[in-house]
Every structure is written in structure tokens, then in C-alpha cells.
Design a protein around this ligand. Structure first.
Ligand code: SAM
Length: 300
């Protein structure tokens, strides 16, 4: 029986055989710790009914372990040479238990993809560079995927779990928490990857929030939703405006980002007072509920 793909010896031999020149820009750091792969699979609580999406499948280090528990995995990989190695390794299982999509994960439509394959879970060691925008994109688009289990850069995990006033609290924190809640499961040392990245990682469980409840909160019960995703995107634009200058008071950040806020200064101060804040407050001091309250009353 051959060693696991996630064993250092097998990973090295695949890299050598296919002459894979690993690209830092694409976050090509392969998992070389089978215990971590098994720990990920166990935390993701996979059953044979699950249809899993794995983004950035690489040479299949995690795929192999996930496949021992699940009957169907949809993989996405951007690198053609790595995809070639993957197809050779899993040749007998392709088209049956595994579907490989060769392409850019940032360009896919996750609403269509999740419906087409009936995906209910994501389990991935995400490519570092795209992890932050990709998670937001998936949470907005794929209403059917309610659980994501992902390894992400530690500093991104620190941002999603930050509280108001923390140094890591940002517009990304507010957006991420509008869409989902987060459980940090365990840390993954940089030593578990080949080549070794510059940073450590965190394995996180992400639980999507119910979008109908969220939208009701956002646009009020009287609101007419033409396009649900558009409502979320408009709210996120407002969050960006609030954080457009971290060192400025929120009223000045808003005034500086769009003329439409200029004649609403009095209203904004009144609304801030209603949530027990004064006009000097900065965006990083407000919690998600405060942003929803402000948005509903300023924009609608
Ligand atoms: N899943 C494998 C593992 O655990 O060893 C590989 C993980 S590695 C951190 C990330 C993988 O994502 C690489 O194989 C890389 O080529 C791929 N990747 C990078 N950017 C991508 C993108 N935009 N779309 C799809 N795959 C991408």
C-alpha cells in the first residue's frame, strides 16, 4: 500500500515526477501532515451523504482523506500542471466520486455550482492570497452551503473573530460576521506545509447565518428586495464608507467617501446618540448591530 499523498515522502516524489515549480503567488503550499488532514476531516464531521466542495485541491493531499469518508467531492484547481498530476493520481475515481473543475475559484458562480452538484459543505485548505475575498463571495452567493471548514491564514482568522476596539477589527470583520459565525477549531503550524509558508494557519468552522433573517434586519420588513445579493452588496459599500479612514470619526469618513452623506450629518449624530455614542465615535468602535441600525436609518 502506498503512503498517503500528505506524507512528506510522497508529496516530494509527486512534485519531482511532474516537475511542479511551486508558485508562492498561488499559495501552493501542500499539506504534509496526515494527522492534520485526518483532524480536518474529523472536525468537518463528514458523512457519506455530504457533497463536498474542495477549493484548491492541489495534488489531493486533503482530498484523499476526505474521500475515505465521503462519496462525492467537487474539486477546483487553477494550476494546469497540478491538475494533471491530480487527474493521474485519482484517475479511477474521476467522474464518479470526484469532479475536477480546472479554473479560477474567484471567477465561479457559487449559486449555480452549489445547485448543480447539491453541495452542502466546503472543506479546504484555501489558497492564502484569495481566502478573504473568496469566503465573502461564497457566503453571499451560495445560500445552500451552510457549513464551511477551512484552513486560512492566522491573521485572517484573527480578523473575523475580532471585537470592536481590537487592532484586528475592520470592515472585513463586520462583513464576515454579517454573513456567518465562526468557531476557531485549532491552529496549524507552518511546518505542516511544503514549502513552508511565512505564516501559521488557523482551521475554522464557518456557519452561515440565515439570509432571510439578515435581509429583514437590513432593509426592514417593509423593504422590497429586488435582488437579495444587491442588498448585501449595498450594505457592504456602506461599511467600507464607514471604515474609509480608520483614524477619522465615522461622520467624517462618511462625508469624505460620498457627497450623499454631507447633508445627513445632523441625522447621523442623532442616530449615534440613540445607540449611546457621540459624534466623535470611529467605525472600529461600533458593532455589527450598530452598523445595521445606521444603514437602515441613513440609506433607506
Ligand atoms: N489542498 C491541497 C493541500 O491541502 O495540500 C493544496 C492546498 S494549497 C494551500 C492551495 C491550492 O490552491 C494550490 O494547489 C493552488 O494552485 C490552488 N489555487 C490557488 N489559487 C487558486 C484559484 N484562484 N482558484 C483555484 N485554485 C487555486
Amino acid at each position: 500500500m502506498s503512503a498517503y499523498i500528505s506524507s512528506p515522502i510522497r508529496t516530494d516524489s509527486i512534485i519531482r515526477k511532474y516537475k511542479i515549480g511551486l508558485k508562492k503567488g498561488l499559495g501552493q503550499n501542500f499539506l504534509v501532515d496526515t494527522n492534520i488532514a485526518k483532524k480536518i476531516a474529523s472536525k468537518a464531521n463528514i458523512s457519506s451523504e455530504d457533497i463536498i466542495l474542495e477549493i484548491g485541491s492541489g495534488i489531493g493531499s486533503l482530498t484523499e482523506v476526505l474521500l475515505s469518508l465521503s462519496n462525492k467531492i467537487i474539486c477546483i484547481e487553477i494550476d494546469r500542471l497540478i491538475a494533471k498530476a491530480f487527474k493521474d493520481i485519482f484517475t479511477e475515481r474521476l467522474g464518479e466520486e470526484i469532479e475536477l473543475i480546472e479554473g479560477d475559484a474567484l471567477k465561479l458562480d457559487y449559486c449555480k455550482l452549489s445547485e448543480e452538484y447539491k453541495i452542502n459543505k466546503i472543506v479546504s485548505n484555501l489558497p492564502y492570497k484569495i481566502a478573504a475575498p473568496l469566503l465573502i463571495k461564497i457566503l453571499i452567493e451560495a445560500a445552500g452551503i451552510d457549513r464551511l471548514f477551512v484552513t486560512i491564514q492566522k491573521d485572517i482568522a484573527d480578523r473575523v473573530i475580532a471585537s470592536p476596539g481590537d487592532k484586528n477589527y475592520s470592515s472585513y470583520t463586520v462583513k464576515s460576521n454579517f454573513l456567518a459565525s465562526y468557531n476557531v477549531c485549532f491552529q496549524v503550524s507552518r511546518n505542516c506545509f511544503r514549502p513552508k509558508p511565512f505564516v501559521d494557519s488557523t482551521f475554522v468552522e464557518i456557519i452561515r447565518k440565515d439570509s432571510s433573517v439578515l435581509l429583514k434586519e437590513l432593509i426592514g420588513i417593509q423593504g422590497e428586495i429586488e435582488n437579495e445579493n444587491k442588498a448585501v452588496i449595498n450594505f457592504f459599500k456602506f461599511i467600507d464608507d464607514c471604515f474609509s479612514n480608520r483614524r477619522k470619526k465615522i461622520i467624517n469618513s462618511l462625508a469624505g467617501s460620498s457627497k450623499k452623506y454631507l447633508d445627513k450629518k445632523v441625522l447621523i449624530i442623532k442616530l449615534l446618540n440613540e445607540i449611546n455614542k457621540d459624534e466623535n465615535v470611529r467605525a472600529e468602535e461600533l458593532k455589527l448591530e450598530d452598523f445595521i441600525f445606521l444603514y437602515k436609518n441613513i440609506i433607506n
